[in-house]
Design a protein around this ligand. Structure first.
Ligand code: ADP
Ligand code: MG
Length: 726
């Protein structure tokens, strides 16, 4: 298919578009009724389980009590009946391997009864534990083939749900995935472990502040997912989009994002229909989708749910990504969650809003009206500042990927330098603490709009800062460096653990200083806050994170700047990180080592696939187009000469030079790819420092050719088409 025929089909697809699903009549089925209708929620359990069993399950879900395995048979039977009523024929343990994707293996409920019939069965044992033959998932050395067993274990705290398909439904049970030796092979296990650590130390702080009723403290996460949509005709006509998720070639579109006319603009009908269908599906799964809008780049959008506890938010985020991709296909489009699908156009991130709280004290990062007088808030906030400063390299490492390298550091996303934006009000409070004690908080006040018919608007105490990787946004922090395509588990594990460590430190200091005497708390807190801000205040930066001055300034402050994945990933096995994760039993040294190995390998594989695509597309798609045009020009020149006309050979000459350049840069790339480099880390370094630049050289020639070759001979859909036809 040539670029222009893909264009014709895409235009046709837009013009004849009609929704794939029956439009939902919200008057007949209110969204509220739909919400959670496919979830085996505590509400459903309350109705379907005997009272004692329900109470026991609830104690695990709400308060983290140890799971009583004797309840499993009863829960399994109720779950099966509920699922079968909803049309389920199969069940699956869903797990989250280190690839970052979601894995599932489906089993039928039916078992032959030996008399020619079949019974539907689902025992407690089948609910609690599964043994998928998952030896092909990367384990980074945690499982040799002779000890390849891996088990899935029911996560009671994340509700089971029904996934619909036109031909039947499946009961899905979120699980952790662990090896025969009990080591974590997945992304969920460390989330659960880190949440447990966080709870313990947050509790100590709350006890010091005199609370005697303290609910389980959990971190909360609200991830904002950015993504692109392109017409599926274009997607299939671009091997790079299909296989690498991003374009490896493509001259800039004459019109890009410079007008900012897409951001928050009216949403095209086909796209809005897609969004509505996604939201409906996600509602059924109990995922509280709240926000949708156009993003900065043409063809770019965002979807965001209301925050939930980190474990559930992580599972739900995976479902959001798979649902986006599934419904996009149904709508004749493809959803791109790559961090940088188009060069020169804003990429996509996943801003993870993060806080911690419980049912008794509420959001622990809510400063209230007068933060200077809110000692408890200040301790939690200072603990976080301390954690981010101490473990900035770790926070960089958990967002490192080949895709995110194209984004971090370009002027659209936070730089690879991890700093915190606190805003005017809190910065002022901490400045006061530094110089002796905080006595006041800057007031937020109201905005005067200057138009009588408009109401006065309450003003936030601080402005926003889009350039900060870690920004305080009123009652939570927003980790903006997270990649659009990654699981949010890694970033949350890091956040939970560094905050747990910091709260442990604060609690220990305060316990030492007060020795059980609450009257001494105030002075002890003052001292603690002052110490922390003196030592770790360097990580606070409220200015323009994109600016060159900041890079220089950050260097004088001694803040690390790990620019690429290859620089950042080895942090995972650094002394600091091994001891941090070991102390809180989140990940052992071996488990960290396995992650380093897997992520480095993923990096190498990603670059290798991309380089292979560059070679293939360069030789079989771009070069032939250039050659055809070159022959056309040469023939035309010869004809003109025969006719006695003086031909202008400048374009022919340019094409010829560029084509030669294309071939020699392809040869250079292939040579670079052929060299061997031993360890995974040196392979990754080679990919980063040598292969990626060699790919860019090929691209330079190809993109210049795209600007010259006749449109009807150019085979690849162009940026202009992909970004604007929808
Ligand atoms: P923005 O204006 O930054 O684009 P959005 O409204 O798109 O913000 O998303 C903000 C996200 O922050 C939502 O997912 C919201 O639920 C989440 N959020 C709000 N409060 C908290 C909290 N206490 N903990 C975690 N996330 C929160
Ligand atoms: Mg948003």
């Amino acid at each position: 298919m040539s670029g222009s025929s893909a264009r014709q089909r895409a235009i046709e697809a837009v013009n004849i578009y009609s929704p794939t699903a029956e439009p939902l009549n919200f008057a007949e089925t209110p969204a509220g009724e739909l919400f959670g209708s496919n979830v085996f929620s505590t509400k459903v359990m309350k109705i379907r389980l005997p009272k004692e069993i329900y109470k026991s399950v609830l104690a695990t879900v709400d308060e983290g009590a140890k799971l009583d395995s004797s309840v499993a048979d009863v829960v399994a039977s109720a779950m099966k009946d509920w699922a079968i009523e909803k049309g389920a024929t199969h069940y699956t343990h869903v797990f989250y391997p280190l690839t970052g994707s979601t894995a599932e293996k489906h089993d039928s409920f039916l078992t032959p009864d030996g008399a020619g019939g079949a019974l539907s069965e689902f025992s407690g044992q089948q609910l609690i534990q599964g043994e998928p033959d998952a030896s092909s998932f990367p384990s980074g050395g945690l499982r040799a083939t002779f000890e390849a067993r891996g088990y899935t274990a029911w996560d009671v705290t994340s509700p089971a749900y029904i996934l619909e398909n036109p031909n039947g439904t499946t009961l899905c049970i979120p699980t952790a995935f662990i090896s025969w030796t009990g080591e974590a092979l997945d992304k969920k296990t460390p989330v659960l472990r880190s949440m447990q650590a966080l709870d313990i130390h947050a509790n100590r702080i709350l006890s010091l502040f005199g609370h005697d009723e303290i609910g389980r403290v959990r971190s909360t996460a609200g991830p904002e997912q950015e993504y692109f949509l392109v017409d599926r005709n274009f997607y299939y006509a671009r091997p790079d989009l299909l296989n690498a998720g991003r374009t490896l070639f493509g001259a800039p579109s004459p019109k890009g994002q410079e007008f900012d006319d897409h951001y928050f603009g009216a949403i095209p009908e086909r796209v809005l229909a897609f969004m509505l269908e996604c939201e409906r599906e996600l509602f059924k799964l109990g995922i509280p989708i709240k926000t949708r809008h156009n993003e900065v780049a043409p063809g770019q959008y965002e979807i965001a749910p209301v925050f939930e506890n980190s474990n559930i938010a992580t599972d739900h985020q995976q479902l959001i990504m798979t649902t986006l991709s599934r419904i996009a296909n149904k709508s004749g489009m493809s959803c791109l969650t790559h961090e940088k699908p188009f060069a020169g156009i804003n990429g996509s991130g996943k801003h993870v809003n993060f806080s911690l709280g419980n049912s008794t004290q509420g959001n622990l990062l809510d400063p209230g009206e007068t933060p200077h007088a809110n000692a408890q808030f200040l301790v939690f906030c200072a603990a976080l500042i301390r954690g981010v400063d101490l473990h900035a390299p770790l926070l960089r490492a958990v967002v490192a990927s080949a895709g995110n390298d194209h984004r971090l550091g370009a002027n659209e996303a936070p730089p690879a330098i991890i700093s915190i934006f606190l805003g005017d009000q809190l910065t002022d409070v901490f400045e006061q603490i530094k110089s002796g004690g905080a006595r006041s908080s800057k007031k937020s006040g109201t905005l005067t709009v200057g138009v009588d018919v408009l109401p006065p608007l309450p003003k936030d105490a601080g402005d926003r800062n889009r350039t900060s990787p870690f920004a305080f946004t009123g009652n939570r922090f927003e980790f903006r460096a997270v990649a659009s395509n990654q699981s949010i588990a890694g970033p949350l594990v890091a956040m939970n653990t560094i905050v747990a460590e910091s709260l442990d430190y604060c609690a220990t200091e305060l316990e030492k200083a007060t020795k059980g005497d609450p009257k001494k708390l105030n002075a002890a807190v003052q001292k603690l806050l002052k110490d922390i801000i003196n030592k770790h205040g360097r990580v606070i930066f409220n200015g323009d994170g994109y600016s060159e001055e900041w890079h220089a300034e950050a260097a004088t402050r001694g803040l690390p700047n790990l620019t690429t994945t290859v620089d950042a990933l080895p942090v995972l096995t650094s002394k600091e990180v091994v001891s941090l994760f070991g102390k809180y039993k989140v990940l052992s040294k071996r488990e960290l080592g396995s992650r380093l190995e897997v992520y480095l390998e993923q990096y190498c594989m990603t670059v290798t696939v991309e380089a292979n695509l560059v070679v293939e597309m360069g030789k079989t798609i771009i070069y032939p187009s250039a050659m055809r045009y070159q022959s056309e020009l040469a023939a035309a020149a010869a004809n003109l000469k025969d006719a006695g006309v003086d031909a202008d050979l400048s374009v022919l000459k340019e094409i010829t030079d560029l084509t030669k350049g294309l071939l020699s840069s392809l040869a250079a790339l292939e040579k670079t790819m052929a060299s061997e480099h031993g360890s995974m880390l040196s392979e990754a370094k080679h990919a980063c420092k040598k292969i990626l630049p060699a790919m860019l050289k090929v691209r330079e020639h190809a993109d210049a050719l795209e600007g010259l070759v006749a449109d009807d001979l150019w085979l690849l859909p162009t940026y202009q088409e992909m970004l604007f036809i929808k």
